[in-house]
Design a protein around this ligand. Structure first.
Ligand SMILES: [Zn+2]
Length: 454
């Protein structure tokens, strides 16, 4: 029975219910609260108690709800959004200018998770380039409350055909290399025993270097995963593979197809089956720039975030890479990128469940940076800023089965950012992070910044 029904029928019960509501220990008033709740409502104020959102409403309502004794923050027109969620990262490989397998330590992974948090991302789903026990230990320590950073979700070792996993010597030997259905099922069984949060597969031929993962094998992975209550998401390149993966019951595509614009039939199938899709445009977009992109200029709040948290030689290397880019090559990249933009616009218009994924953690595609560039890429491709925000909040939480996160509705965790400007006016404003709260407790951002060493 809903509370409203109780109130309508029994006034006395209603008042008892109200007094039993959680205590409010923090109220934020006089702002714009973008709740990203089911109704996409905008409020002026939010009340927090016990680490959770207690109520959202007008400043007057929240002031009344807060009563005396609680802390009150006057937002003075600033904007509150839920903390952001990244569904496709590869932590642990970059340390300053180096990018190599030996960097994959607890310290490097935590450096990435701390930077993600500094940039407003409270959750990072790693996508399958994970060796050893490091990631599992971090996840356990975070769950126990003894370790900070963005909350890490793991996929463990991803699954592909021989030599078909993640490219390059840095990642060699990490993925499962399967050739039979029995191996496919055994890999999933091992991952289930490790309680991974999701299963990752690589399906394409990795630019001709490897065999494709055959439909029989990925069907076995999907079937075994679903039997064990695990969702399976796929790295995909070719349109033909995406069509069959959707047919086969894949839960998510962590890239759009890149050889063709997505057909109406494929998009309709994605929508019908509720498959989640990463835009994953920010990495290929980098190849389209000749000279510094806007986010490396002082007018963009990104440059400040980078200067605060990234070694100057890494920023210099990014600038040098853009500076020496061949205009002809960039022209080709722009044509390929335009295909992605058209597909994303079609997906969005059709109501597909797009979730923010940026392949974060590729070289110089740093945690926090990549995700904010992805938000901008989605908006530039035709999504409204509100739609882009949904991909990184409520829908990302839904995808990752984080029922208590992703919006600022009553009962949800009080994980939120206070922004100096409204991202619904310009998604770039999501980079103007003034304050951040996790579980209702303010993060000491200067102290967090001091922990980011590489
Ligand atoms: Zn990836």
């Amino acid at each position: 029975m809903s509370k409203r029904m109780i109130c309508g029928a029994f006034v006395l019960v209603c008042s008892v219910t109200a007094s039993a509501q959680p205590r409010v220990d923090l109220a934020l008033i006089n702002g714009t609260v973008i709740t990203v709740d089911a109704g996409n409502s905008i409020a002026q104020a939010v009340a927090i108690g016990g680490g959770k959102v207690v109520a959202v409403g007008t400043t007057a309502e929240i002031k009344a709800r807060a009563g005396r004794g609680g802390r009150v923050i006057d937002l003075a027109g600033k904007t509150v959004i839920p903390a952001l969620i990244s569904t496709h990262g590869h932590p642990g490989f970059q340390r300053g200018l180096t990018y190599e397998a030996s960097n994959f330590t607890r310290e490097t992974v935590m450096n990435d998770l701390n930077r993600a948090l500094y940039f407003g991302f409270s959750v990072v789903q790693s996508q399958g380039i994970e060796s050893g026990e490091v990631m599992y230990q971090i996840r356990a320590d975070q769950a126990a409350g003894t370790l900070g950073g963005a909350r890490l979700l793991v996929a463990g070792r991803g699954i592909g055909a021989p030599n078909a996993g993640p490219g390059g010597p840095t990642y060699a030997g990490i993925a499962y290399e399967i050739t039979t259905e029995a191996e496919a099922r055994r890999a999933v069984e091992e991952l289930a025993a490790k309680k991974v949060d999701i299963v990752k597969i690589w399906v394409d031929d990795r630019n001709g270097r490897a065999p494709r993962l055959s439909p029989a094998l990925y069907r076995a992975v999907i079937d075994e995963g679903h039997k064990r209550g695990l969702r399976v998401n796929a790295h995909v390149f070719y349109h033909v593979d995406a069509v069959d993966l959707v047919e086969a019951g894949i839960d998510g595509l962590v890239h759009m197809v890149r050889d063709l614009e997505m057909s109406d039939a494929l998009i309709a199938a994605i929508v019908k089956r509720g498959v989640y899709v990463n835009g994953n445009m920010s990495s290929p977009r980098r190849a389209t720039h000749v000279g510094n992109p806007p986010w490396l200029t002082p007018a963009d709040p990104m440059l400040r975030l980078l200067k605060e948290s990234v070694a100057p030689e890494v920023i210099a290397r990014m600038e040098a890479a853009f500076g020496k880019r061949d205009p002809k090559a960039a022209g080709g990249a722009r044509q390929r990128y335009a295909i992605l933009e058209r597909s994303l616009a079609k997906l969005s218009a059709a109501g597909a469940k797009v979730v923010l994924g940026a392949d974060t953690g590729l070289e110089d595609h740093l945690f926090g940076l990549a995700e904010h560039l992805e938000l901008q890429a989605m908006a530039d491709a035709g999504m409204t800023p509100a739609q882009a925000l949904v991909t990184a909040t409520s829908r990302a939480a839904e995808y990752l089965h984080l029922a208590d996160r992703g919006s600022l509705a009553p009962g949800k965790r009080a994980d939120f950012l206070v922004l100096d400007a409204n991202p619904l006016e310009n998604i770039v404003n999501a980079r103007k992070i003034g304050r951040m709260f996790i579980n209702g407790v303010e993060i000491d951002r200067p102290a967090l910044r001091a922990q980011i060493k590489y």
